[in-house]
Write a protein that binds this ligand. Structure first.
Ligand SMILES: CC(C)(COP(=O)(O)OP(=O)(O)OC[C@H]1O[C@@H](n2cnc3c(N)ncnc32)[C@H](O)[C@@H]1OP(=O)(O)O)[C@@H](O)C(=O)NCCC(=O)NCCS
Length: 190
């Protein structure tokens, strides 16, 4: 499955991606709010093969349209019964932060979640201190649902976690708004 947007392409994760994924996992700026995921290359390979074999977990790689691999986006805990899934995203190439790539990758993922696999709601968890991610999620139509207090083991690290979600209606509304934003921007530039 490949999803093409204006500036990013989402495609299935491939074994050749793993070295890059490991490199991002070693970058403490990238993992500041998500934690380090892999101790060794073998644990990264295990994550890859588990994801491939798990129908409730879709992992996609994010490429720019000119072919640079910049991150991954996941739909995890997919429940067709409840119509829900959890979204996880990492743009590992820091040069690509704050340029709208995360927003576009998420909007494409939501189109897959709502239009292709017919979910009703996508949720995510984010540290209250991760302002960039929160802003990105709000741009995609996510709303704050509530606050989870930090686990007693994590108190003093990154603070509480916000639970955010978007429903299919919110996504469609945001998509229409994005078209307006683009029109406004092109008018401004033009
Ligand atoms: C979070 C992440 C996915 C966002 O992707 P991105 O491509 O950088 O996001 P976008 O450019 O689409 O949007 C970021 C927005 O946050 C804004 N922003 C950046 N730093 C900010 C801050 N400290 N406070 C408030 N807003 C901030 C940007 O200006 C931009 O908003 P704008 O378009 O209105 O100007 C990406 O930065 C990333 O992977 N970070 C590391 C891993 C991570 O934190 N993952 C999420 C875990 S919940």
């Amino acid at each position: 499955m490949v999803l093409e947007g204006a500036r990013v392409v989402l495609r299935p994760v491939h074994p050749r991606d793993l070295l890059k994924i490991m490199e991002w996992d070693r970058d403490t700026e990238v993992t500041r709010y998500i934690g380090k995921k892999f101790d060794t290359f073998e644990t990264c390979e295990e994550w890859f093969s588990d994801a491939l074999g798990d129908p409730l977990h879709r992992v996609l790689s994010i490429d720019t349209t000119d072919g640079r691999f910049i991150g991954n986006v996941e739909l995890d805990h997919i429940s067709r019964k409840n119509g829900t899934a959890e979204l996880v995203i990492v743009i590992g190439e820091r040069d690509y932060w704050d340029k709208g790539f995360g927003t576009e990758a998420i909007m494409l993922t939501l189109s897959f979640a709502f239009a292709r696999i017919h979910l009703s709601r996508v949720y995510l968890r984010v540290y209250t201190s991760n302002r960039r991610a929160i802003r990105c999620y709000e741009k995609c139509g996510f709303h704050k649902e509530g606050i989870l207090r930090p686990s007693p083991r994590l108190v003093g690290r990154d603070g509480p976690v916000i639970l955010m979600s978007v429903d299919a209606d919110g996504y469609v509304e945001r998509l229409a708004q994005a078209a307006v934003d683009l029109t406004a921007r092109s008018r401004y530039i033009g």
